[in-house]
Design a binder for this molecule. Structure first.
Ligand code: HEM
Length: 149
């Protein structure tokens, strides 16, 4: 059963990581042509679809991680990389869910307002935020790979 949750954990991380990278690159590419009506509608749809994928996948990372921590039990001494994953990972997930929801809606609104310069800068900031969250996720993956004690 533990292995099943580890499988869920790793699958959800792959989907989450992939979706963050894809939407950030897509938005950065679309940003300069945001005056185009089709691109506007595509960018809004892409953000909505991203949120639909990001919420469940990052939540699944958190839930499967918590289930595994519970299964490991309180007695077992936890190495530093696991403590880091538990704290920094959980924080990254919660901040990503909250910020992406609020920020994503704001970007969609900006695109609707019609001021292309504002929309462009809003998209740039949102994409940069996503890339920063990607760095945090990768820092957890790095710790899991090197398993620092
Ligand atoms: C950014 C979020 C996270 C990422 C990228 C991440 C990544 C990973 C990776 C790559 C592994 C496989 C490590 C290995 O077995 O070699 C793993 C395992 C694990 N993760 Fe996470 N994780 C994240 C969040 C969490 C959270 C929030 C928790 C707990 C609340 C958690 C608990 C665990 C546990 C218990 C294992 C199994 C460790 C073992 O069996 O040795 N993870 N995680």
């Amino acid at each position: 059963m533990y292995e099943f949750f580890l499988f869920l954990h790793l699958t959800a991380i792959s989907i989450w990581l992939g979706s963050v990278l894809t939407i950030a690159i897509m938005l950065l590419t679309m940003r300069q042509q945001i005056a185009n009506r089709d691109i506007k509608s595509l960018a809004q749809k892409a953000i909505r679809t991203f949120n639909r994928i990001m919420y469940p996948s990052s939540f699944l990372v958190l839930v499967s991680g918590i289930v595994m921590i519970v299964k490991l039990g309180k007695d077992s001494a936890r190495p530093f990389w696991l403590e880091y994953m538990q704290d920094a990972g959980a924080m990254t997930i919660l901040v990503s869910i909250i910020l992406s929801g609020i920020w994503g809606k704001k970007v969609i609104k900006r695109i609707n307002q019609g001021n292309d310069k504002h929309a462009e800068s809003s998209i740039s900031k949102f994409s940069s935020g996503l890339l920063v969250s990607l760095l945090f996720i990768l820092s957890v993956v790095f710790m899991a790979a090197f398993k620092f004690n």
